[in-house]
Write a protein of this length. Structure first.
Length: 231
């Protein structure tokens, strides 16, 4: 059962260092501070303590998820997600898709920086919401970002993620990063976008995780970075 929360008592659940550093080399980890605010509970102290423990454990699982994503470690990411999990995370629609996503995010040097998490325990799962700051190789090549305003919502039970919903803020990233890259692709490699991107059932354009797509991403990203005057 979820409890009511208010500002009368401030409890720091956890301060855990996640390996979420600069995306060029993965160094300079940042420490995400996670706090929750709750009112004097109606539950008994032992119940309250159990819920706090569950929240702390769930937040740690969420931060391990971010750490694995930032290390582009597909197996480690996949191991944190239950086989039956419901996933809506960019092009990831099933837990096994995290294996291919790790390859793509390695190519893009995608980083989820400074995760800030809050948790709320309920009867069956613990709900965790983590905001994050994003940057990658394309944004660095265009001299934009890092980008704020995105978050991931989890449902976690017994150390496994049961639900993942990643809400990415495209407002600036789209016109500043994706549009210039797409225009360059269309001008220099006609037809590649048809392989590298797909349109999902909601009509949203997303990156394809097919082997053919991953191979093209691995070729085109370094070429584009060089075109922009990068490495």
């Amino acid at each position: 059962m979820s409890r009511a929360w208010t500002r009368s008592v401030l409890i720091a659940l956890v301060l855990i260092t996640a390996a979420c550093g600069d995306d060029s080399d993965g160094s300079n980890p940042q420490a995400p501070t996670t706090v929750t605010e709750r009112e004097a509970p109606d539950t008994a102290p032992d119940t309250q303590s159990q819920e706090q423990t569950e929240e702390l454990a769930a937040i740690q699982t969420a931060l391990e998820f971010f750490e694995a994503r930032n290390a582009w470690d597909g197996p480690a990411t996949r191991a944190l997600v239950a086989d039956e999990a419901q996933v809506a995370d960019f092009a990831v629609e099933a837990p096994d898709d995290y294996l291919a996503m790790a390859d793509l995010e390695r190519t893009l040097q995608w980083q989820y920086l400074d995760p800030q998490c809050v948790a709320r325990a309920s009867d069956e799962v613990t709900h965790v919401r983590c905001s994050y700051v994003m940057q990658n190789r394309l944004s660095q090549a265009t001299g934009t970002g890092p980008y704020r305003g995105s978050h991931i919502e989890f449902e976690i039970s017994e150390g496994l993620i049961k639900t993942v919903v990643n809400t990415f803020e495209h407002g600036l990233y789209g016109p500043e990063v994706l549009e210039p890259f797409s225009e360059w692709l269309a001008a220099n490699h006609p037809g590649d976008m048809d392989v590298m991107f797909f349109i999902n059932e909601s009509g949203d354009v997303n990156r394809s995780l097919s082997p053919e797509s991953l191979a093209l991403w691995a070729e085109r990203v370094p070429e584009y970075v060089a075109f922009r005057g990068g490495e």
